[in-house]
Write a protein that binds this ligand. Structure first.
Ligand code: NAD
Length: 445
């Protein structure tokens, strides 16, 4: 049965538009159409596919401002951040072409044997709302480049911007190569259980586990980019002012709704008073408001449930003895004002789970073993950051994370975006990332 999905402006709850949710019984049909399209898409070869993909992305260039405004309205982030996201999405193509050529070049393995990288077939791409174009694009492009066709389900929170983007690309992509379906977890489950060959997913750990269980029957290939609970360790000899600025910027980025935002900070007790004071000073300068208000750098929280969850985490920390240095659990509707918490303990929800809100949460340590132990005491392992000098490298080496930053944030260049532990497996970015979307075939003659 078809029904309507309404998209709301998170800054005021007003209705922005709607799409028709894809009927569950239509999903196998879409996958069948994608399988048919895959037959011709794969035999085009890498160069021809790259050419068509680049032509498709060129269609989006004159539409960047329009897409950025829609992204801001639907997701809430300020226009500068949306423009950055849309520009990165539209102009990422040349890097991808270079990496893909390197990734898929057949390799001589000796004795007349060649290693080839072949398309898998149909890829399901399922994406979250926090970077609604970038996250989808990071999975769609490598899937297409590798010679797969894609059935894409964007988040139910941000269907309009995804719909606009796919319509632009489809002006140039051949029929059936990239299809979009609309819906929530029900449509997501139906897509996972359909005849797709690969599921490329970015989203929460809980949904990642559900997808893995549903995909087990068909032993489907999985690329899983899941949640994080990223720690930051501040060493005694750190540049305290740089560390404090980073701590706030990383905790508040995208209103804290970022998979690698700093969620918990362990600071050497010898410098903790100064660090806490600086953090409060920096955090007080941040301003909440809607996407088009000048000077805003913290937008609204995506929906009331997420807003309530952040407040629950803050209230839990308050009830267990945390010191609230700024903000706290009394918050306006739709927004979380900059919040700074000290004396975080392992018993607090905030230390164990992803809060996904603009909260700086700090704790003091007395020795490095304790700092490393607490940083690693998590099921997650996406990113981790160390600020300091003398022991920074040795501390960084001990951190259980897919990406580690020393005196800076994680990731960079054309490196893969990769999680460890329960933050996922399979990844995108870099030639190795491209190969996650392909089947290795060994040809001997
Ligand atoms: P979510 O897991 O709730 O939803 C993600 C997508 O999965 C949505 O499209 C949703 O409709 C769909 N879905 C829900 N249930 C499903 C099911 N059972 N089967 C198939 N699909 C289903 O995540 P969210 O709230 O949209 O996004 C926030 C989460 O994403 C956070 O945990 C964040 O850390 C994570 N994230 C990770 C990365 C990364 O690169 N590792 C990047 C961005 C976001």
């Amino acid at each position: 049965m078809e029904n309507t999905m309404i998209s709301y402006d998170p800054s005021n709850g007003e209705r922005l538009g709607q799409v028709r949710a894809t009927a569950i019984e239509q999903i196998p049909e879409a996958v069948k159409k994608a399988k048919k399209a895959a037959e011709t898409w794969k035999i085009l070869g890498l160069d021809e596919r790259l050419k068509i993909i680049q032509q498709a992305y060129a269609q989006a260039e004159p539409r960047i401002n329009e897409l950025a405004e829609l992204l801001s309205r639907e997701m809430g982030k300020d226009i500068k951040r949306s423009s950055g996201e849309v520009n990165g999405t539209v102009f990422g193509g040349p890097y991808i072409a270079k990496e893909a050529r390197e990734a898929f070049q057949p390799k001589q393995a000796g004795n007349g044997t060649i290693i080839e990288y072949r398309p898998l077939g149909v890829a399901a791409v399922i994406s979250p709302w926090n970077y609604p174009l970038a996250m989808a694009n990071n999975l769609i492009v490598p899937a297409l480049v590798a010679g797969n066709t894609v059935v894409f389900k964007p988040s139910e929170e941000t269907p309009l911007v995804a719909d606009a983007f796919v319509k632009i690309l489809n002006q140039k992509l051949p029929e059936g190569v990239l299809q979009i379906i609309y819906g929530d977890g029900d449509q997501g489950k139906a897509l996972v259980e359909s005849q797709v060959n690969l599921i490329a997913f970015t989203g929460s750990q809980a949904v990642g586990k559900d997808i893995m269980a549903r995909a087990a029957g068909g032993l489907k290939r999985l690329v899983m980019e899941l949640g994080g609970n990223d720690p930051m360790i501040v060493l005694e000899d750190a540049d305290i002012s740089a560390a404090a600025r980073f701590a706030v910027a990383s905790s508040f980025e995208n209103a804290g709704q970022m998979c690698t935002s700093t969620e918990r900070i362990y600071v050497d007790k010898k410098i903790a008073d100064t660090f806490e004071k600086l953090v409060v000073e920096v955090a007080s300068r941040y301003k909440t408001g809607p996407w088009n208000m000048p000077g805003v750098n913290i937008g609204p929280i995506i929906n009331p449930d997420q807003h309530a969850m952040i407040i629950d985490h803050i209230r839990d920390a308050e009830s267990k003895g945390a010191r609230i240095l700024l903000g706290g659990s009394q918050q306006p509707e739709r927004y979380i004002k900059p919040t700074v918490i000290a004396d975080l303990t392992p018993e607090m929800i905030m230390e164990q789970e992803e809060t996904f809100g603009p909260v700086v949460a700090m704790s003091r340590y007395t020795n490095l073993e304790e700092a490393v132990q607490r940083a690693n005491n998590s099921v997650y392992g996406l990113g981790a950051v160390v600020f300091g000098q003398r022991h920074a490298q040795s501390v960084a080496d001990q951190l259980e994370a897919g990406m580690v930053g020393i005196n800076q944030g994680v990731g960079g260049g054309n490196a893969p975006w990769v999680g460890a532990k329960q933050s996922g497996f399979g990844f995108h970015g870099s030639p190795d990332g491209h190969r996650q979307f392909a089947q290795v075939r060994v040809m001997s003659s």
